[in-house]
Design a protein around this ligand. Structure first.
Ligand code: SF4
Ligand code: SF4
Length: 121
């Protein structure tokens, strides 16, 4: 990140998806990791990540998805795409090795569905 001169002060504003006009997409592999490491959080407040606390801080820093890690509100257009693609390719390979469908979905609907299926098992 330092080479790209990107910065983020972790204000949490972009985790208010609706207000920020932002969508976060995740793979099933990332959802599994997020839930395994940071616990199951059912999306309650439409348009807000359930892993955001009341102080606007992420409670899933260590297990957050690639989309969370590669999003920088101040990044000039095109600055992080190559970085995202590089790691997304690795993620795709990892999912394939683990025989997990990619099932790329928007975080809130993907999380709701994943937890619903998990509960149904
Ligand atoms: S990317 Fe921007 S809006 Fe999102 S947490 Fe960082 S500084 Fe805040
Ligand atoms: S996992 Fe953390 S960084 Fe990602 S959207 Fe949720 S609160 Fe924000």
């Amino acid at each position: 990140m330092a080479q790209l001169k990107l910065s983020c002060d972790a204000c949490g504003k972009c985790c208010h998806f609706e207000k920020w006009g932002h969508q976060l997409w995740v793979t099933e592999l990332e959802l599994r990791y997020l839930v395994a490491r940071s616990g199951a959080r059912t999306p309650m407040d439409e348009g807000v990540c359930p892993y955001l606390d009341d102080q606007g801080k992420c409670t899933a820093r260590e297990s957050r998805s690639l989309g969370c890690r590669a999003y920088f509100c101040t990044a000039p257009a095109g600055e992080v795409e190559a970085l995202f693609e590089r790691f997304f390719t690795r993620l795709t390979r990892l999912a394939s090795d683990q025989e997990i469908e990619l099932n790329y979905d928007e975080l809130l609907s993907g999380l709701g569905q994943f937890l619903g299926q998990k509960g149904a098992r």
